[in-house]
Design a protein around this ligand. Structure first.
Ligand SMILES: [Fe+2]
Ligand SMILES: [Fe+2]
Length: 340
C-alpha cells in the first residue's frame, strides 16, 4: 500500500486511528496483577518435564486406557480451544491499550492454556498410542462407544468459535472477564480434586500444576472485576447474567453432565460416559461421582454468585443445582464466551 507523505506538510503526525493494536505505554495501576504475573513466572512448568518415565500405559487394560483417554479427550474439547480463545482476548488488551500488567497477565493465561492443551495431547497419545482420539481405531466395545461420544462433543464444541470471535470485539473486557471467571472457578475446583484423587504420579503432578494455573487465572479475573465493575455501564449487567447461564450450560459437559436442551448429543451419550468414568475411576483415575460433581458445581456457582452479588449483577436461575434466580431461556451455542 502506498501512503501519501505527510512529514513535509506538518510538524507533527496526525492522530493514529483507534482502536489500534499498538500501545506505546506501560501504565501500572493494579498492583495485584503485578503479583499474579510474578507468580506465573515463578510457577511456570513444562509438561514434557513431568515424570512421564513413571507412567506405563501397558499396566492398564485397553478398556481402562480408552476410558482414561476419553476423559482427557473430553477435557480437550475445552482446553484445546483455550489457547486461541485467550490469544484473541490478549490481542484485545493491546487494542484497548490496557495496563502493562493486564497485557502480561493475558499473555500468561494464553501460555498456560497452551501447556494444558499439551498435557491433554501427551496423555492421550501415550494411552492410545495414537495422537488423535477421533481417528484412532478403538480396541474395545466401550472404546468404540466412547469415541462416538467424543465425535459428538467435538461437533458441539466446534460450533462456538465463530460466535466467540464475533463476541470479543462487541463486548467490553468487563463482560469477557465475568465469563472467563466462570470457567476459571470451575477449572480450579476440578483440577485440585483430581490431583488429590489420582494414583498416577504424572497425572497428580499435571493436575496440581494445572489447578495452580487456574487459580491464578481466577485471580486475574477477580482483580479486573474489582477494578472495572464499580464503574460498569448498567446495560452490561443483563449480558453478564446471560453469559453466566450460558457458561453453566457449556461447562456442565466437563464438570457435571451435558444438559440435553443445549448440547446436541445422542440418547446413549450419558450412559456411555458414566460407564467410561466408572472404568477410569476403578483404574485409579479419579473422576468425581455424580453427587460429588453436583456439589462441586453448586459450590463454584455460589462462589461466582457471591462475587456478582457484590456488584448487584442478577444471578441466573440454575435449577439443576438448586440455585434460584433470574430465568434465562434463550441461550444458544453461538452466544457463549466462557472458556476453561
Ligand atoms: Fe486451562
Ligand atoms: Fe484457565
Amino acid at each position: 500500500m502506498h501512503h501519501e507523505k505527510l512529514a513535509d506538510k506538518m510538524e507533527f503526525p496526525p492522530e493514529t486511528p483507534q482502536p489500534n493494536v499498538y500501545p506505546l505505554s506501560w501504565h501500572c495501576q493494579t498492583e495485584k496483577l503485578e503479583e499474579v504475573w510474578d507468580a506465573s513466572q515463578r510457577e511456570y512448568w513444562d509438561p514434557k518435564k513431568l515424570p512421564w518415565d513413571t507412567f506405563d500405559p501397558s499396566s492398564y487394560s485397553w478398556e481402562e486406557r480408552e476410558a482414561i483417554a476419553y476423559w482427557w479427550t473430553l477435557l480437550s474439547v475445552f482446553d484445546a480451544s483455550a489457547p486461541p480463545v485467550f490469544a484473541e482476548a490478549f490481542i484485545k488488551t493491546y487494542e484497548m491499550h490496557e495496563e502493562d500488567a493486564v497485557r502480561r497477565c493475558f499473555f500468561s493465561v494464553t501460555r498456560d492454556e497452551q501447556n494444558h492443551e499439551q498435557m491433554c495431547g501427551m496423555a492421550i497419545t501415550r494411552l492410545l498410542e495414537h495422537p488423535d482420539p477421533l481417528t484412532y481405531t478403538p480396541k474395545t466395545e466401550l472404546g468404540l462407544r466412547l469415541q462416538k461420544n467424543a465425535k459428538w462433543l467435538y461437533h458441539n464444541g466446534g460450533r462456538y468459535w465463530t460466535g466467540y470471535k464475533a463476541a470479543v470485539p462487541k463486548y467490553s473486557l468487563a463482560v469477557l472477564f465475568s465469563s472467563f471467571l466462570m470457567g476459571e472457578i470451575a477449572a480450579a475446583t476440578i483440577f485440585h480434586q483430581m490431583a488429590a484423587g489420582c494414583t498416577e504420579p504424572v497425572f497428580q503432578e499435571g493436575f496440581r500444576n494445572i489447578g495452580r494455573d487456574e487459580g491464578r487465572h481466577m485471580a486475574i479475573c477477580m482483580a479486573l472485576m474489582e477494578r472495572d465493575y464499580p464503574k460498569m455501564d448498567l446495560s452490561e449487567k443483563p449480558i453478564i447474567t446471560k453469559q453466566v447461564r450460558a457458561g453453566y450450560l457449556f461447562l456442565s459437559a466437563v464438570l457435571f453432565e451435558p444438559p440435553a436442551d443445549f448440547w446436541d448429543l445422542p440418547a446413549d451419550f450419558i450412559a456411555n460416559q458414566r460407564e467410561g468414568e466408572t472404568v477410569a475411576r476403578q483404574a485409579g483415575f479419579f473422576i468425581p461421582e455424580y453427587d460429588g460433581k453436583l456439589e462441586n458445581w453448586k459450590q463454584a456457582m455460589l462462589n461466582l454468585k457471591g462475587v456478582l452479588d457484590k456488584y448487584d449483577i442478577p444471578f441466573p436461575a440454575i435449577p439443576e443445582v438448586g440455585i434460584t434466580g433470574e430465568e434465562i431461556n434463550d441461550v444458544d451455542m453461538a452466544d457463549i464466551i466462557p472458556v476453561f
